[in-house]
Design a protein around this ligand. Structure first.
Ligand SMILES: NC(=O)c1ccc[n+]([C@@H]2O[C@H](COP(=O)([O-])OP(=O)(O)OC[C@H]3O[C@@H](n4cnc5c(N)ncnc54)[C@H](OP(=O)(O)O)[C@@H]3O)[C@@H](O)[C@H]2O)c1
Length: 358
């Protein structure tokens, strides 16, 4: 079967190669999925460049283990669960289960169309992938292959950030950077649904009209507008109660200054690739909070009951179109390097997708 693989961390996307590899056999509790579609997400590139590696190695080494009540904890014997190339890329996608390992959860998925959350070493940018049955969700007919392929990473994150972590109150402001992203647009729809206001920050006008059409309460274009002036104008001088940032650098530092009293900035991405420098007083005076978020770690800390509830809600909202993400380009797996290049171009209005053979 064909597999989009990486031999070693690299900055050259041409180093992602299509290789012919043996069809894998599912182990206990695993299923094999014949992949249809998989998106190219920003997080996939972290597994190419190696930028995740150091932080993930430190943080998620204990995921899935239990130690009394703690679901994430330090275990020195397990210091390197973060995979190192060579491996197959791709973090999520959609396909049909064509072989199952032992266990009830795996067997019940036999022949089903599923959304999968996978990732190196068994990525989704392959004709077949192996996944733990717990990380495959049966899709209802109402959800298309395209939307099903993007079910896990952004919809669950958007929902959890708004409803479980920040708990943005009805009538409150949520500032969203890189708001033209798939996650940013979902956040605007969630704002309409749950009654919070969204202040969308974009670096240029390409997505502004769509954000307004979706219901954004304000859009700030930082290529010609001053962020602080606009935020304090729009919020009547108060600042925002909550903010999410996936850019970093100067923008994140400016966002801290947009927070109102007791405001909370949540960092969940590093698209700008530069660290933020924050004067301590920008945190002290408004008694502001900054915290970090990574979906797999949040999930690892939840009970099965909470996770099932979140999955059920996100699936219901997906069928209602709350997380609908436009797909602007689809490439065959053989053209994976072109797909990755397209996904990293500025000014995109939708996702880039890979289509597997068959
Ligand atoms: N922590 C977690 O668990 C978690 C989970 C899911 C997603 N995420 C993160 O969420 C973010 C959005 O993901 P997505 O899939 O929704 O993204 P996406 O649809 O691929 O869109 C990326 C967006 O980021 C903007 N952008 C890229 N580089 C930028 C920069 N240097 N400065 C300002 N804007 C920039 C682009 O804006 P232009 O239109 O101006 O080019 C584009 O709108 C990513 O950082 C991703 O890693 C994190």
């Amino acid at each position: 079967m064909k597999s989009a693989r990486l031999a070693a961390f690299t900055d050259a996307i041409e180093d992602i190669r299509i290789e012919e590899v043996a069809l894998p056999t599912p182990g206990p509790g695993q299923v094999r999925v014949r992949m249809h579609l998989a998106p190219v997400n920003p997080s996939d590139l972290n597994f190419v460049h190696g930028t995740y590696h150091q932080a993930l190695q430190r943080i998620i080494w204990n995921q899935g283990q239990r130690d009394g009540d703690a679901r994430v904890f330090y275990d020195p014997a397990k210091t390197n669960p973060c995979p190192t190339p060579p491996y197959a890329l791709g973090g999520e996608g959609v396909g049909v289960v064509d072989a199952v390992g032992s266990g009830f959860l795996a067997r019940r998925l036999s022949g089903k169309r599923v959304a999968v959350a996978s990732g190196p070493p068994h990525g989704t940018w392959q004709e077949y992938t192996l996944v733990d049955a717990k990380k495959a969700v049966i899709l209802p007919d109402a959800v298309s292959d395209e939307q099903g392929a993007m079910f896990f990473v952004n919809p669950i994150t958007a929902y959890v950030l708004a409803r479980e972590v920040l708990k943005v109150p009805r009538g409150g402001w949520l500032l969203v950077t890189a708001a033209g992203s798939a996650l940013g647009k979902s956040m605007v729809r969630l704002g309409k649904l749950y009654g919070f206001k969204t202040l969308c920050v974009v670096r240029s006008a390409g997505n502004s009209e769509e954000l307004r059409r979706l219901g954004a309460d304000a859009v700030v274009e930082t290529d010609h507008q001053d962020l602080l002036t606009e935020v304090f104008r729009v919020t009547g001088g108060k600042g925002v109660g909550s903010a999410i940032d996936c850019v970093g650098g100067d923008l994140a530092a400016q966002v801290v200054r947009c927070l109102g009293l007791d405001g909370h900035l949540l960092i969940y991405g590093t698209l700008g690739k530069t660290p933020m420098q924050i004067p301590g007083r920008d945190l002290m005076m408004p008694v502001a909070h900054i915290s970090g978020f990574l979906l797999p770690n949040w999930m690892a800390q939840q009970s099965t009951l909470t996770l099932l509830g979140v999955l059920r809600t996100v699936m219901r909202l997906t069928t209602q179109g709350i997380f609908h993400t436009q797909v602007t380009e689809t490439y065959p797996l053989d053209e994976v390097a072109n797909a990755v290049a397209a996904a990293t171009k500025a000014g995109r209005t939708g996702k880039v997708m890979l289509r597997m053979a068959g």
